[in-house]
Design a binder for this molecule. Structure first.
Ligand code: URA
Length: 210
């Protein structure tokens, strides 16, 4: 497993505004999309491409095309949905599948409550969107699920991670073809498994408390 923290002043600035408790939901949603587009630029560095022949108005030449089937993007509901637009803006031909996962706030175990994905992911490049890598439980289950369907390699785009969650994933996914792309590794988890300093509940800040 590889971890990549994107070091860029615009990423740091947008993340700072996201963290601010006074940032409103509409601004939070917009900034999440913008931040994901910046993270996706780095996360797609190894996207599979092939040489294609084209004709410019002047001459025939060769260029770069995305290999088919194009990458599969999987936002983890609910908060990952707020990242989808930022990702598909950069890779508009990507297919999109959905995984609904939530953590039981008492046991902190991840449960899958919805799934809409191709049955066979053999050889597919998959990009998972989940803003907060806290205990790592949700992402671990999602990654296992996608590998079990045949995914070849998995890149997770997250806004923040706690060291504890990264350590859990590192331990359990050692040697697997997984990359985690992030804007920041924060300090720690608190007693309620919120990331500190974090940005609070990402789903609530995107969509309100429901
Ligand atoms: N999920 C969130 O939305 N925020 C956290 O800090 C941890 C998990």
């Amino acid at each position: 497993m590889r971890v990549l923290v994107v070091d860029h002043p615009l990423v740091a600035h947008k993340l700072t505004v996201l963290r601010d408790k006074d940032t409103s939901s509409p601004v939070f949603r917009l900034l999440t999309e913008e931040l994901v587009t910046l993270l996706a630029y780095e996360a797609t560095r190894d996207v599979r491409v092939e040489t294609v022949s084209i004709e410019t108005p002047v001459t025939k030449t060769e260029g770069t095309g995305l290999v088919k089937p194009t990458p599969l993007v999987v936002p983890i509901l609910r908060a990952g949905l707020g990242m989808l637009e930022g990702m598909t803006r950069l890779v508009p031909t990507a297919e999109v599948g959905f995984l609904g996962m939530a953590r039981n706030e008492e046991t902190l175990e991840a449960i899958t409550y919805a799934e809409r994905l191709p049955d066979d992911l053999t050889g597919r490049q998959v990009f998972v969107l989940d803003p907060m890598l806290a205990t790592g439980g949700t992402l671990r289950e999602a990654i296992k699920f996608l590998f079990a369907r045949g995914a070849a390699d998995i890149t997770c785009i997250c806004l923040l991670a706690a060291p504890e969650g990264l350590a859990t994933l590192q331990e359990e996914l050692d040697g697997r073809n997984v990359t985690i792309v992030l804007a920041s590794i924060d300090e720690k988890l608190n007693e309620k498994s919120y990331i500190v300093p974090g940005l609070g509940d990402a789903g609530d800040r995107l969509y309100g408390v429901v």
